[in-house]
Write a protein that binds this ligand. Sequence first.
Ligand code: 3PG
Length: 211
Amino acid sequence: MEHNTVAPLPWMKSPVLPVATISDVAHAVPLARALSSGGISVIEVVLRTPCSLQAIERIRCEVPDITVGAGTLVTSRHVDEAVAAGAQFLVSPGATGSVCEALTASGLPALPGATTVSELMSLIDRGYEHAKLFPAESSGGVSHIRALGSVLPNMKLCPTGGIDQASAPSYLIEPNVMCVGGSWLIPDRAVREGRWDQVSRLAAQATAFGE
Ligand code: 3PG
């Protein structure tokens, strides 16, 4: 059995883990600062854009109040690149053998992804107690999460995918949900137009879910 380092758990610093797709590296620092001023101290930057690794480096260096993670890690190479960029935690939408091995080798807190009971059982075999549940809404939403909790109550989930401000609370009350992930608090248009106050407002609303 692989041993996974699960503590500390950066994704539990806030009830909502913001998922950021950063397409202009100049947005990275103001975005992280906007989230921070709304009370959120964590961000997952997904490796889906050419500047994502640079965005992680900038946030790590310039916004010490934010714990920055890397997401959408679908190969072991992504994991290695994220670690080299300074990511403080690692997230994958799935859990292939090679990705899980790279996550374990990194020694960083890691959130591999799963959708089904068997996928979660494979993660339990590897020593994980936490997982990203992706895609949350299209795989059955809250009723799917509840059904998973009935058989695997100790596996704590971060449902992500299709969740928004309105649906987040219905996930967060489930006992097997530790936080939810989502991009809704980082609207593309607000980022493009530099309306960081809007991001801070959405972050403050998300922070309030934990009060
Ligand atoms: C992810 O990478 O976790 C998802 O793309 C986030 O899903 P959302 O954009 O529907 O919140």
